[in-house]
Design a protein around this ligand. Structure first.
Ligand SMILES: [Mn+2]
Length: 426
């Protein structure tokens, strides 16, 4: 019924408005990976077979390149930076990377600045002892960054992490970048594997494993747990394999030799917290349905409950005669007195492009960054409230503030939902 919070990171990616201005070191990128003009757009077309075959040779080649890079960094310490709200795809791949790098005596710390919000992610980390740590912006100041010789970005390109600027300012070089989001530009990595057509970073990492970069062993508990985590990451980024393509199924088949089905089941059984249930209830109560769109504002919610928003959208889209659901609320971070409007879109309508829809609905900020974007079936947005943050001790004011944001968001969405003046659907 639900996609995981994994999608929130796609949602968060703000694309640079002028990609042609981005200065990329073309030498360091395998251009054939990024250009595939001969492929048909249909995921079920011949292209997927072509890609799967191509995937194998590419994986072998990339796996070798990665080994060479790691050899050159033996005995170092690295930071593996995940998005602020890490998802199973990111968490599992970071762990796989850590195990791979261990063979070269590279010590990795897997870090994220935000929080584990989705109950499945909390369960994943607890049940597998996944070695990820939260580094808030406050405790970042207490860390000695000079003890790290490199950093690594996995399943993100730094645009969704608050930690990136500090790490870059400390002069730590980007050693490895592996991701499946569209190229965000400007970053130079020693090892670089970006495959925007891949459905999950877990598929890429499983291909490395399959190519022999780390020999998985079912008698090693950590390997079994990591394989389970990768299976979870792969499933959650492919909507439980429903959007999986051949290479994802191949990767899942390989992982099936090692993963623990019971453990995966336990992770998937994680119960929603009462607060998440309350947000879902609010979304049900507040929704308006127009032209098969279900739109719901859920008011204020805590930072830790942020992932309740995509879960509510997952739920609303299951209603009869609804093909698209948008849920949004004001998320409050008590530590920083910060407020941000966060929203999620879920759609089952194949012809609706969430990325286009969100960008069209909300536009860009003064720096030209879009407030959100998306990918197949899912999208999201984040609108910082800046000067209007806080002051909620006065409940009349808080209520008024919510009503203004609620109306403004509804206006912007309904402009697109109403076919008469719908500029993006012909
Ligand atoms: Mn991913």
């Amino acid at each position: 019924m639900y996609l995981n919070s994994s999608l929130t990171q796609f949602e968060n990616l703000s694309l640079e408005p002028n990609p042609e201005e981005v200065d990329i070191d073309k030498e360091s990128i395998e251009l054939p990976l990024l250009t595939r003009p001969s492929l048909p757009p249909s995921p079920n077309g011949d292209g997927s077979i072509y890609l799967a075959q191509r995937g194998n040779s590419l994986a072998g080649q990339k796996s070798e390149e990665l080994q060479k890079t790691l050899l050159g960094h033996r005995h170092e310490r690295q930071l593996v930076i995940l998005q602020d709200f890490p998802d199973p795809d990111a968490l599992s791949c970071a762990w796989a990377y850590q195990l791979i790098a261990q063979q070269y005596d590279i010590k990795c710390e897997i870090i994220y600045a935000g929080t584990l919000s989705h109950q499945e992610n909390i369960a994943l980390v607890k049940l597998t002892n996944l070695p990820a740590q939260r580094w808030t912006m406050q405790n970042l100041k207490t860390k000695d960054l000079s003890s790290y010789q490199g950093f690594v970005l996995i399943d993100n390109q730094g645009t969704t992490s608050q930690l990136l600027p500090a790490v870059q300012q400390a002069g730590i070089p980007l050693v490895v970048l592996v991701d499946h989001h569209s190229l965000q530009g400007e970053l130079k990595a020693e090892f670089f594997d970006i495959r925007p057509y891949a459905r999950a970073t877990a598929t890429i990492f499983t291909q490395y494993l399959q190519a022999g970069i780390l020999k998985l062993d079912s008698s090693i508990s950590q390997h079994v747990k990591c394989a389970t985590a990768l299976m979870h990451g792969l499933r959650s980024d492919t909507n439980r394999l429903m959007q999986a393509q051949e290479e994802d199924f191949m990767a899942a088949a390989y992982l099936s030799r090692f993963y623990d089905a019971q453990l995966l089941n336990a992770i998937l059984q994680a119960n929603r917290s009462k607060r998440v249930m309350d947000v879902i209830e609010r979304s049900l109560k507040n929704r308006i349905v127009q032209n098969n769109f279900s739109i719901a504002g859920v008011g204020y919610l805590r930072y830790d409950d942020r992932d309740a928003i995509p879960q509510a959208a997952d739920f609303l889209v299951t209603e009869e005669n609804v093909h698209t659901a948008v849920v949004y609320g004001i998320v409050h971070d008590e530590d920083d007195e910060l407020e941000v409007v966060i929203g999620s879109l879920r759609t089952t309508k194949l012809t609706l492009d969430p990325d286009e829809f969100i960008k069209e609905a909300f536009g860009q900020d003064s720096a030209g960054r879009f407030f959100g974007g998306g990918r197949t079936g899912a999208g999201g947005f984040e609108i910082p409230m800046g000067f209007l943050s806080g002051g909620n001790e006065n409940s009349t004011y808080a209520k008024m503030k919510w009503e203004v944001f609620d109306s403004q968001i509804k206006q912007k969405l309904l402009r697109l939902v109403n076919p008469r003046d719908n500029p993006i659907q012909s």
